[in-house]
Design a protein around this ligand. Structure first.
Ligand SMILES: Cc1cc2nc3c(=O)[nH]c(=O)nc-3n(C[C@H](O)[C@H](O)[C@H](O)COP(=O)(O)O)c2cc1C
Length: 333
């Protein structure tokens, strides 16, 4: 396949695995990249900048294909030495960075000077235009369906993507709610140059998380997510489990602050879920795409299937509809 995204990133298929805290490690990123898509490791999953440098080396030992590093600039419980992570990314010779969470402007001059392509992930047309204006090479537009932080505007991708495509000049990835070829073809039709997926890539053989978590994604459907932190204006879409229900209950109470929620939502508890498989031990992100996940393929099987089915959809289903329509019009005329 050839789109502005495959050209920009030097990948075979316009499919990107988005940054995922604790999940985006070398095993997953290299498998995605080896499948012809773009794998991403998540910088802050590594406890220190030095550990990130080692993880980047690990990806390189597992693939010769392009890969990215995600740098998420969100408010965190512990302060993060962002400049140090940026230094390691640059010194390691990484060529693609996905930024998210906040305006990446302070880090752009250094990334640009190093020839790094920056994809900024955002959740609104105005933020996408801002990313373009400050010099990002591409944007990843996350609709309301997405896992993690959908923003506060609640605009789903059927509207958000064409609205953004109408104004943007740089390439755009569609993100949120995509799990198969149907979503990919729809996203391309809506104006995207490629797709970004998180939840779908969690349920792959190479995702370095406990099998129970993957099974939970298979066993539940699109109704099983929860939007927490709405009261803090920092909304996050997570898997709806017992802890998510507790958080929602606390948020319904007048005067609840982050301090009240903190023990329930700590990153350490989320990390433990992926290690032990006890999915009620804390919270973890998941998007509406869980309704579309019915198996646990390898990344290669997933990517190949999406590309083959996209081809079928475009050349057979959609093309015949058009032919049929024009034939019927011809008969009427
Ligand atoms: C388990 C998980 C962890 C995530 N962690 C991050 C993160 O640390 N930084 C980030 O920018 N996005 C993160 N995301 C969001 C994804 O990169 C991506 O934007 C999102 O999953 C797209 O929506 P989808 O899940 O419907 O495909 C995470 C998503 C998941 C499922």
């Amino acid at each position: 396949m050839k789109t502005r995204i495959t050209e920009l990133l030097g990948i075979r298929y316009p499919i990107v695995q988005g940054g995922m805290m604790w999940v985006g490690r070398a095993e997953l990123a290299s498998a995605v990249s080896n499948a012809g898509a773009l794998g991403t490791i998540t910088a802050l999953t590594q406890p220190t900048p030095e550990a990130l440098s080692i993880e980047i080396d690990r990806v390189r030992s597992m693939t010769n294909e392009p890969f990215a590093v995600n740098l998420t600039i969100l408010p965190t419980i512990k302060p993060v030495p962002y400049q140090e992570y940026v230094r390691v990314i640059i010194e390691s010779g990484v060529k693609i960075v996905e930024t998210a969470g906040r305006n990446p402007e302070p880090y752009l001059p250094a990334f640009k000077a190093a020839g790094i392509k920056v994809i900024h992930k955002c959740t609104s047309v105005r933020h996408a235009l801002k990313a373009e204006a400050i010099g990002c090479d591409a944007v990843s537009v996350d609709g309301f369906e997405c896992a993690g932080h959908p923003g506060e505007d609640d605009v789903p991708n059927l509207i958000l993507l064409p609205a953004a495509a109408a104004q943007l000049r740089i390439p755009m990835l569609a993100s949120g709610g995509i799990a198969d070829a149907r979503g990919m073809v729809a996203a391309l039709a809506l104006g995207a140059d490629g797709v970004n997926m998180g939840t779908r890539f969690m349920a792959t053989r190479e995702a370095p998380i406990h099998e129970n978590v993957k099974r939970q994604l298979l066993e539940h459907d699109e109704r099983n997510t929860a939007l927490i932190f709405r009261t803090l204006k920092n909304t996050s879409r997570i898997f709806r489990n017992a802890v998510a229900e507790q958080v929602l209950e606390l948020e319904r109470r007048e005067g609840t602050t982050f301090a009240d929620l903190k023990p329930l939502v700590s990153g350490e508890r989320g990390k433990r879920i992926y290690e032990t498989g006890d999915t009620d031990d804390g919270t973890f992100p998941a998007g509406l795409a869980i309704g579309l996940i019915h198996d646990i393929p390898t990344c290669d099987e997933l990517v190949s299937r999406m590309v083959a089915e996209a081809r079928e959809l475009i050349h057979r289903r959609l093309a015949t509809m058009m032919d049929k329509a024009s034939n019927e019009t011809a008969c009427v005329l």
